[in-house]
Design a protein. Structure first.
Length: 179
């Protein structure tokens, strides 16, 4: 009876490992997310706020309210090459660097999540719409180095969606409010 129980326990462990391996293969480790909003302002006004990374704490989801322990450092001037680094208990340690910027079209950035040895890329695209500007915020990356990377890649867009939506709403208020 003892051998049967040990054998069954071994089969359960092998089965669980097989499920994780299959999930990893099927789900992969890549993720992407995209949200957009129309702001009643020209692209140049949007660009001035977005590419000055010091303003992100004012309008984005990632702010002191969500992680009171977080500290941000900034290097460079607004636009290509400006870099933001953060360290906090909730947000961890990472960087965001603007890699390309065009006031009429948008900008791209690269992120490093130093706690996870992981990276992501993103961009803000601008397009005229009505009397304003449609801003599309997209980001993609991999979950390599994270616990259960396949499940994390599957969940990442759902986890980031509220942050992107709230961030774009905050950006709209910031740009249209002019502060």
């Amino acid at each position: 009876m003892k051998k049967v129980l040990i054998g069954c326990g071994g089969l359960v462990v092998v089965g669980i490992l097989a499920i994780f391996a299959l999930g990893y293969m099927i789900l992969g480790t890549e993720w992407s997310v995209e949200h957009s909003i129309v702001v009643n302002a020209p692209p140049e006004d949007v660009h001035a706020v977005l590419t000055d990374l010091r303003t992100w704490e004012e309008w984005s989801w990632w702010n002191k309210e969500r992680d009171p322990s977080c500290d941000w450092d900034y290097t460079g001037e607004p636009g290509t090459g400006m870099k933001m680094e953060w360290i906090g208990d909730t947000f961890g340690h990472g960087t965001l660097t603007i890699t390309q910027a065009d006031p009429a079209k948008g900008f791209s950035y690269a992120m490093e999540f130093l706690d996870y040895d992981s990276t992501a890329a993103g961009e803000f695209d601008y397009a005229a719409e009505g009397g304003g500007t449609r801003i599309t915020w997209s980001s993609n990356g991999t979950t390599e180095g994270m616990f259960l990377p396949g499940l994390m890649a599957f969940a990442m867009p759902k986890m980031l969606a509220p942050a992107f939506t709230e961030g774009l709403d905050g950006l709209k208020a910031r740009v249209e409010g002019g502060s």
